[in-house]
Design a protein around this ligand. Structure first.
Ligand code: BDR
Ligand code: CA
Length: 308
């Protein structure tokens, strides 16, 4: 099976990502690193542990990582994910404690043990990946691929960001870390809001996942319904399935279209803080530009069907 590292801030869509990976017999989740992000680190770490218990996979180790961003003050997203990160969706009590090793150190250890083999999925702020890169310069180049959900490149679209008018949440929550990872020279694929907004969240999609008939399927459906309830209060009726697109890109690249691009993060404070922009330079990543919505949901449903 293909070795994968998942760095995340669960987070309802992070949760669906992790469960999708766990439902795939061709994928080996080596470990889960957690970060501040949608909720404080203590909550995202608890949630990762509980999700593994739900999946019957307490054998997968969880490593708590960054408590705070590199430079800026922490920002959380309770209006989208609830104060605890997974809305009001009940999960079993976690069956196993987190490891004592820091997520950044565990990531370095894994990448050095299997150079060129591991795919790193990053679905939260990039603080842990940036810490790893700063502690061991060049370490992210040891990944087979680094797949990041973050940023937004819909230039000219009515809505660019989802956190400020211009910035996407993961980029905004630690833009300095985002820039460290973008400039690390790693084999990088970036899925921004321009891509994830093509993969819509609706009540019908929640029902599709519930119909899978497993506890994992019902939990993911409840997470989507909770998310739709919350964005409904903000005046939106259709959401975007952000983080699971990273898992789908790894598992079914034929569902996506990519183009080389040079992307950077704006770090000056002011209205552009955390905005991702195209630059006129050598490409530093593959920007994911199109996705097959039905194919992604079918892949997720099939994976959730294999879990308890
Ligand atoms: C990203 O922000 C978080 O709220 C989601 O989990 C996703 O990773 C989308 O902007
Ligand atoms: Ca996330």
């Amino acid at each position: 099976p293909h070795p994968v590292w998942h760095d995340c801030d669960p987070g309802s869509d992070d949760a669906i990502t992790l469960l999708t990976l766990l439902g795939r017999p061709d994928t080996q989740v080596l470990g889960v690193g957690t970060t501040h992000g949608n909720a404080p680190l203590s909550a995202t770490t608890h949630n990762a542990r509980a999700l593994l218990t739900l999946a019957g996979r307490d054998d997968v180790p969880v490593y708590a990582g960054a408590l705070t961003p590199l430079v800026r003050e922490p920002v959380y997203a309770p209006q989208i994910h609830g104060v605890g990160g997974l809305g009001n969706v009940p999960l079993p009590p976690p069956g196993r404690p987190a490891q004592t090793e820091h997520a950044a150190l565990a990531l370095i250890r894994q990448l050095c043990a299997q150079p060129g083999e591991i795919t790193v999925l990053a679905t939260g702020p990039l603080t842990n990946l940036a810490l790893a890169e700063r502690l061991r310069p060049g370490v992210l180049k040891e990944a087979r691929q680094v797949i990041v959900m973050g940023g937004s490149l819909e230039v000219g679209a009515p809505r660019l960001g989802n956190t400020t008018p211009r910035a996407e949440f993961n980029a905004y929550a630690d833009p300095h870390a985002f820039q460290v990872v973008l400039s690390a020279g790693a084999k990088l694929a970036l899925l921004g809001l321009n891509l994830t907004r093509q993969v819509r969240v609706t009540r019908e999609r929640a029902a599709q996942l519930a119909a899978v008939g497993t506890a994992a399927g019902r939990t993911c459906a409840a997470l989507l319904d909770d998310y739709l309830d919350r964005i409904g209060k903000l005046g939106q009726s259709v959401g975007a399935l952000h983080d699971p697109c990273t898992a789908a890109l790894l598992l079914a690249p034929q569902l996506f279209e990519l183009e080389p691009a040079s992307i950077g993060t704006l770090l000056d404070s002011g209205e552009h803080f955390g905005e991702t922009v195209r630059r006129d330079a050598e490409p530093n990543l593959e920007l994911v530009i199109r996705a097959d919505e039905d194919g992604i949901y079918d892949l997720i449903a099939a994976a959730l069907a294999r879990l308890p």
